[in-house]
Design a binder for this molecule. Structure first.
Ligand code: GLC
Ligand code: CA
Length: 629
């Protein structure tokens, strides 16, 4: 890869795969995309000229950041492998994500538990999924609901015991379901023994974290936390600061220290030996940060919302650290891994998931989850045209050596149906079924989040009802002089609590989740959108998921077939073919809330699935159909 300098032209910057990712991300914050750089005039502009040409919006700190980053990152993206996908057990999974705290409570304390999960395994078997990902179940003081682990080898008391966990693994396996564990290795709780011993002054454990000297009033660098304010907390007992990219109780672990890497490997092996089949690795791209921790660029921070991220989103050391975990823990157990990698781009994802490199099997890429340049709290319509574009890119640019994950919901985001229809609830079922069709017909491992199969939607919270630390900190921070009302509007639009309300089992007062007082208020009480009703209605969203999951499991082409985007696919429609050894399937989707004319389809032999029952001349709002062709 040629060396980048301020004299490099923009077109050379985007020849570097990571440069392309970064350019894409920065451009999208300005409502632009890479086609801008295809313009010969723009492509010929030198990097160093940007501060002048953009009137300072892209300042010299951005330029320096890009130069330094691109000269240090691993950008060795190999040409796409065009053969067949290699078959793997984890490519045949349909994963169901459980947020145990909100799934099922069996002892009346208002908090979901592992026995609750066990009690609902037959429900999950009925749906047809064959893997469960549980968000963290390890011992934790729950500042961030388990994403702050206090003891990596113990089960959170509120959730049950190690015996319960072992029983869950056994019972899931007996039903042909794999268990995917959520592992949080970028940081641990400030109540973890390592951090407590560090605070007590033990040097060995101080080296597990990022402790730095600085005066009590000025943190060691200008990085921001994702959960508001500085990324540093001051410890008067040591006269030092320690780094936390998330809450003050989630301390970043120093992965430059080989002892920390060994601890992580031992933890993974501990759980693999207990029979877990794979891991979802929390914010795993953040483990590559180096010890220098330089200031972040103010301008990059202003553009992307958080200062400092350029120093860890694409870190070069990440790759070797992933390979080490693969060699010493994951590989020998044939474990599946999905990395949560916020902020990376498509080329970085190709590096991480290229099977020839031995890093991770797949990653969660968030590009399609928000409209370009927006984040979850920005009140705006969900741009489905962008979703189509982004998914198509990932389906086509990834070679057969890389593997996608397909998801629209998780515990950190608003319900997808609410994002699509907002208050036009008459289209609720149709939108949910559309997402089901997309999820079960694209190449990649699909993930469904609890309640997605029941067409659950977002709810409305008062400030007192908010439970999520991210939202609580936003309310406390009142950034840029925003009022409580304005912040609540954003939280009610996109906050994480929407996905965390109790799973709707029936239409009783606490939606069948608990006999006690639920830890978070239930969402809607509905006679329709609950498991009991949905399971008995052949036209329900649950029934749609059930049928589509079964279809995906039956049809090889839907898992391993070639993805071919339709050549003439007008705006508003998303049409593609999956061509494989047991057939060719044409998928036709109306991504709009209106009736539209269908696109010219390939020769169709048979209707396989229609989200409205039977097709009509025109496509109805969010209609999604599958044909054999
Ligand atoms: C991931 C998790 C999120 C958590 C954060 C910090 O993004 O999905 O819930 O707050 O990491 O661990
Ligand atoms: Ca309980």
């Amino acid at each position: 890869m040629s060396k980048i300098s301020t004299k490099s032209k923009l077109r050379d910057i985007i020849k570097n795969p990571i440069g392309r990712d970064i350019a894409n991300r920065l451009l999208s914050t300005m409502g632009k995309d890479l086609s801008l750089v295809d313009n010969p005039f723009v492509g010929g502009v030198r990097l160093g000229a940007l501060p002048r040409l953009t009137g300072g919006m892209v300042d010299s700190s951005v330029v320096d950041t890009i130069v330094e980053l691109l000269n240090s990152v691993d950008a060795d993206v190999q040409p796409r492998f065009e053969g067949e996908y290699e078959e793997k057990w984890w490519k045949d999974l349909v994963v169901y994500q459980i947020y145990p705290r909100s799934f099922m409570d069996t002892n009346g304390d208002g908090i979901g538990d592992l026995r609750g999960v066990i009690s609902k395994l037959d429900y999950l078997a009925e749906l047809g999924i064959n893997a469960i990902w549980l968000t963290p179940v390890c011992d934790s003081p729950n500042d961030d609901n388990g994403y702050d682990i206090r003891d990596y080898r113990a089960i959170m008391a509120e959730f049950g015991t190690m015996e319960d966990y072992e029983e869950l693994v056994k019972e899931a396996h007996a039903r042909g379901m794999k268990i995917i564990m959520d592992m949080v290795l970028n940081h641990c709780s400030d109540e973890h023994e390592w951090f407590r011993r560090a605070l007590a002054g033990e040097q060995k454990y101080k080296d597990y974290f990022f402790f730095r000297d600085a005066t009590p009033d000025t943190p060691p660098n200008n990085w921001l936390s994702f959960f508001s304010g500085s990324a540093w907390n001051y410890y008067p007992e040591l006269g030092q600061w320690a780094l936390h990219l998330f809450s003050k109780k989630q301390m970043d672990l120093n992965w430059n220290n080989p002892d920390v890497r060994q601890e992580a490997i031992d933890i993974l092996n501990f759980w693999l030996d207990k029979g877990v089949d794979g891991f979802r690795l929390d914010v795993i791209n953040y483990i590559g940060k180096d010890e220098r921790l330089p200031d972040g660029s103010e301008a990059v921070g202003a553009m992307l919302g958080y200062r400092g991220i350029e120093h860890y989103f694409f870190a070069p050391a990440l790759h070797e650290r992933l390979r080490e975990m693969q060699e010493k823990a994951l590989g020998p157990h044939d474990a599946f891994t999905v990395g949560e990698t916020p902020g990376t781009g498509i080329n970085m994802n190709r590096l991480i998931t290229d099977s020839r490199r031995g890093e991770l099997d797949t990653v969660f890429c968030f590009d399609h989850l928000y409209s370009p340049g927006r984040d979850k709290y920005d009140i705006c319509d969900y741009d489905l045209e962008w979703v189509k574009r982004s998914l198509t890119e990932h389906q086509t640019i990834y070679g057969k050596d890389c593997w996608n994950s397909i998801f629209f919901e998780n515990h950190d985001n608003q319900r997808v149906v609410s994002k699509i229809v907002r208050d036009k609830l008459e289209h609720r079922d149709a939108a949910a079924k559309m997402i089901a069709v997309i999820s079960m017909t694209l190449a990649g491992t699909p993930f469904i989040y609890q309640g997605q199969e029941l067409c659950m939607v977002g709810t409305k919270f008062t400030p007192e009802e908010v439970r999520d630390v991210e939202a609580i900190n936003l309310l406390a921070e009142k950034k840029d002089g925003a009022t409580e009302e304005q912040i609540m509007e954003r939280i009610n639009f996109g906050g994480r609590d929407h996905a965390r309300v109790p799973m709707q089992w029936d239409d009783s007062e606490n939606v069948g989740f608990t006999t006690g007082t639920p830890w978070i208020k239930p969402g809607e009480h509905s006679s329709v959108y609950n498991a009991a009703t949905q399971m008995t209605d052949p036209d329900s969203v649950f029934s749609a998921y059930k049928e589509l999951i079964a279809l995906r499991k039956r049809v090889h082409a839907l898992r391993y077939g070639e993805f071919i985007p339709a050549k003439k696919c007008p705006k508003g429609l998303f049409c593609y073919t999956r061509k494989g050894k047991d057939g060719c399937y044409y998928i036709e989707i109306n991504m709009t809330g209106s009736k539209v004319r269908r696109a010219k389809a390939p020769g169709i032999k048979e209707l396989v699935y229609c989200s409205y029952g039977t097709p009509e001349k025109k496509l109805r709002p969010y209609e999604a159909n599958i044909y054999l062709c």
